[in-house]
Design a protein around this ligand. Structure first.
Ligand code: ADP
Ligand code: TRP
Length: 354
């Protein structure tokens, strides 16, 4: 029997942040390293998702390649045959499957997606809505369908996603079940969100906050980048951002994400940078009154982390990586092509039993 598939995609529309690194890349790589004997692990760059909202297209190609190098620098084992790393657009079945799934998806279903509402600003007044609706792309609207295709083409059961993506995962389950009910067992239905959390453990919930506004998550899509540490920041730039992080007027260090979100975030980041348990770091800093000292400790740990990481990035073997990508993409074209053919047969585009 073939192995169950774990699959995850990380968008390449900007340089990655330490939030992406600790919240998505490292958990995925740890999982790949520890589970690759039991599972097939698919890690991919959803490059077709990169311009659902406007971007600078002259930078996209380099950005995609850069992010793939980040995976290698972060320790993705390239020598294991059941770990695949690939670019979505190199496997045309993703686009073809999306069209078929589109035709079984309701407009209302997509319009209800909270991420669509957030990113399109759909909850504005009627007047604003009609003009802004023209600027919102159809790609943004139906990108959960492309995401469903990404998952269903490989029969993935486990898909580690953050809370912002769980609605899209639920949609993937819905559309898979809908087509299975209509056409017979076409798709493996991914596990429900709660089971995903149980399977992947604690890091699913990890959220590093923006340094300037610690009530929101640190995001690579942030316009200013002042509260965001990018993996490509120089240690000096990152230190400046940390030293000017927003804290509070309580004046005493405590880990209280509700009342002291800025300080809690700094403690969390310090623990991650220094590979220590959060509780241990809290124990060390609790009750101290000099926020500047805490920031300095975070800045030092960050500088060490970035220096080490950037050295690893510089020493990635591009030829080896290119060979791995090509091998994975060839294997994935075959696997995705098989699923696509079954679906094409079911909907009547290809003769059965081909
Ligand atoms: P971003 O907001 O940086 O554009 P995405 O929404 O593209 O990030 O998410 C990419 C992956 O990184 C997801 O798995 C998401 O859960 C994870 N991630 C994003 N931001 C953070 C964060 N601040 N802390 C932890 N994980 C994060
Ligand atoms: N939509 C995800 C995001 O914005 C990225 C993504 C695309 C993805 N396809 C996927 C994640 C399939 C998991 C599985 O973060």
């Amino acid at each position: 029997m073939s192995k169950q598939v774990i699959l995850t995609g990380i968008r390449a529309n900007n340089d990655l942040t330490i939030g992406n690194y600790f919240g998505a890349i490292m958990p995925t790589i740890d999982m790949a390293a520890t589970r690759a004997d039991e599972f097939q692990v698919n890690l991919f760059v959803p490059d077709l998702h990169s311009f659902t909202t406007p971007i600078d297209h002259t930078k996209l190609h380099d950005q995609i390649w850069h992010n793939i190098r980040v995976f290698a620098a972060a320790g993705l084992p390239l020598d294991k045959p059941d770990i695949h790393i690939y670019r979505q657009s190199y496997i045309p079945a993703h686009s073809e499957m999306t069209w078929i799934l589109d035709c079984f998806t309701g407009m209302g279903e997509m319009a209800r997606m909270t991420q669509f509402k957030d990113k399109s600003g759909a909850a504005t007044s009627d007047d604003e809505q009609s003009s802004s609706q023209d600027r919102v792309s159809v790609g943004l609207f139906n990108y959960p369908v492309l995401m469903a295709a990404d998952i269903l083409l490989y029969g993935a059961t486990y898909v580690p996603v953050g809370d912002d993506q769980s609605q899209h995962l639920e949609f993937t389950r819905d559309i898979a079940e809908r087509l299975n009910a209509k056409f017979g067992e076409l798709f493996t239905v991914p596990k429900p969100v709660q089971e995903q959390h149980a399977f992947f453990g604690k890091d699913q919930g990890l959220r590093i906050k923006d340094l300037q506004d610690p009530t929101k998550k640190m995001s690579k899509s942030d316009d200013t980048g002042n509260g965001v540490i990018f993996l490509g920041d120089t240690p000096e730039t990152a230190a400046k951002k940390i030293m000017s992080a927003t804290t509070d007027s309580v004046g005493k260090v405590a880990y209280d994400p509700d009342k002291q979100p800025g300080v809690a975030n700094l403690l969390q980041i310090l623990a991650l940078f220094s590979h220590r348990d959060l509780q241990e770091v809290i124990g060390e800093w609790e009750g101290k009154t000099m926020y500047g000292d805490l920031k300095k400790a975070v800045a030092d740990a960050c500088s060490q982390f970035l220096t080490t990481f950037q050295a690893k990035l510089a020493s990635v073997d591009d030829n080896l990586l290119q060979a791995k990508l090509e091998a994975s993409e060839a294997a994935m074209r075959e696997q995705a092509g098989r699923t696509l053919l079954t679906v094409q047969q079911a909907v009547g585009l290809r003769p059965k039993g081909q």
